[in-house]
Design a protein. Sequence first.
Length: 421
Amino acid sequence: MNLGLIIELLVILILLAASASISGAEVAFFSIGPNERNQLSLKDSKSANRVLNLLVKPEDLLATLLVSNNLVNMGIVILSTWVTDSLLSFAGYPVLKFIIQVVLITFVILLIGEVLPKIYATRHSLRLAQFMAVPIVTLESILRPVNRILIGSTAMVSRRLKDQGTSLTMDELSEALVLTGQELVEEEKILKGIVRFGNIEVGEIMKPRVDIFSLKISDPFLTVFATVIENGYSRIPVYQKDLDDIRGILYVKDLLSHIQKTNSFRWQSLIRPAFFIPENKKINDLLQEFRQNKMHMAIVVDEYGGTSGLITLEDILEEIVGEIRDESDEEDSMIQKTGDRTYLCNGKTSLNDLVIALDLEEEYFDQVKGGSETLAGLILELKGEIPEPGTKIQLKYLTFVIKNRDDRRIKEIEIKIEQGI
């Protein structure tokens, strides 16, 4: 072995150390979060200030790290190939040459130049970032012309991708929320609602048929006007024979200019066409149709064309932002917290609302709810009958206690959370 080979081996070792340092610096700089930045800003040191200055322009920093690391790795490959050809003869052994010059050298570069330094950097990011600040600043000044070309090309590609409408998928957002592992704040609850939004069908959140307030088309004007004033709704379905025969929607604002009229006034001329939708329609699609058609209410029909319920724009928005109350809403809530781990719920409470209020898993009721969409429907599914007051029903971590019922429906249920969910 002559002096030249020794120098080449020393250069390879130096380049491996450089590759390891640059790879570690990449992880160290880009793992510095807000808390670490605050720590650096409190330090009165040149190294801390250099790190903060480098983080101001992350594109320049990343370009410097990538270009320099690739140049170093190319140097390692070229020199190691030269050294192995000088030390060993591969005549007649092409497979051995491939194993040593490609597989072995690649393994060494990955292990020493990538894996090990990045593991170290994840544990000591601040220390390594401050240590590498001066070399990175030097490399950045040397590689600035190359960086300009790389950053310009990246910006052009980014603009093209942005024009194509790249976006975060719901699965990615859902996974991100799970990975936070923290107690949900209001903003995160809204994000959770957005994640679930595309999977909710109209039938799950609609107002059921038995709770629809409606008008008969043959009612006289004064009766209609008095009924509208008493109930306080702004949009009211109008039927002819029964609720399966909806003729349209009466907008109360259309009545305002006719308040002095008598029973001879044909208020039926004010009825607007109704918008009919199936129970299995997704609410995100319905929201788009509401926006396009400038509508706020739809009549939900079953497979036979009968009226199942109705849904409003407010019902849809509440699936994201939670319950929306205005001055005309009643104070009593569907879900009332009565203790540290107890709730009193109306039987008509939507299972979706219950999942959100109790912070349950989205699939908590899926295996037992059958076709039911309300808490009362779930109880009927579990028991097969309307249970007597005081009846207890256990479902995983929840205990349901029937508090109030009549001959036709379950009115109130108490829910006890037996242990942490």
